[in-house]
Ligand binder design. Sequence first.
Ligand code: PMV
Length: 313
Amino acid sequence: MGKSSGYGKVIIFGEHFVVHGVPGIVSATDAKTDAEVNKAATGIVINDERTGSKGYAEEKKQQQIESIQRMLRAIGLPADTPMSIWIGGNLPGFSGLGASAASSVAIARAISEEFGMGLSDERVNKVAYEAEKAYAGNPSGIDNTAATYGGLLWFRKNEQDGTEIVEKITMKEPAEIIIGSTGKVANTKAMVEGVAERKKQNPARYNLLFKRAEEIALEGRKALEAGDLKKLGELMDENHTLLQGIEVSSKELDLLVDVARKQGAWGAKLTGGGGGGCMTALTPGKELQEKVALAIEKAGFQVLRTKIGAKKA
Ligand code: PMV
């Protein structure tokens, strides 16, 4: 039996922009996806026991099968290698939390163990990137990088040659955040393609938004390193406005962002692919975190309470 796990993630700055070469900042969540792999006699059987948004498993089933086939090829095994795969863990299956990347990393590590392949983290990250293409089309790589390494990371992908810069960001003190789920399954691939299409059609307008997204990532990194949470929150708010500008927010996301701000969150934005999925809010201190979380739950939505900048995640 091979058993392993991968981290969930929350993008603090730069989702979508990061696909086009703008830096992004991502934090792993302390919640993880676990996977167990056993060699089998025939076929690939997947037993997905993750909790979270209803319909996640069904809607993403096809993409999940394709991603496992891609993964096996990237590892160097036939795409139909018989095995049984169990997926579980405490990372909710909310869309936008990097659940697909977390499961790809967990499965790749478990396959490596079960088949005695000894894959390094670097290889696991590359293999998970290949698997992510089934879910995201042209992924930046930010999700699988966070899922593999954990922590708080600066991520930049060169659009021309595909090379990546990944740097650890250190905060003096971790800060509480909440992640609210709209409960709607988002299609990241369609969202990413939509942005690329609109960017092509409105280059002048989009170039301005992309330029500001880059500045926000740079200023956001400084704020994180300096522990300037007030500035961090302001930049998150502004990042949400940019994401609305490139049309990836939704009625529900805007509503949850609004609820969080009204309850005193220091900043709030959608996180991940948008169009549904999740939002996040900066809520320093347990008390504020609980207040914001309860308000969102009272409005009928699910919430994950976590931290950014914690040593372990
Ligand atoms: O929706 P998620 O959790 O898969 O996040 C996707 C992040 C994007 O920036 C929209 C896509 C990418 O590949 O970076």
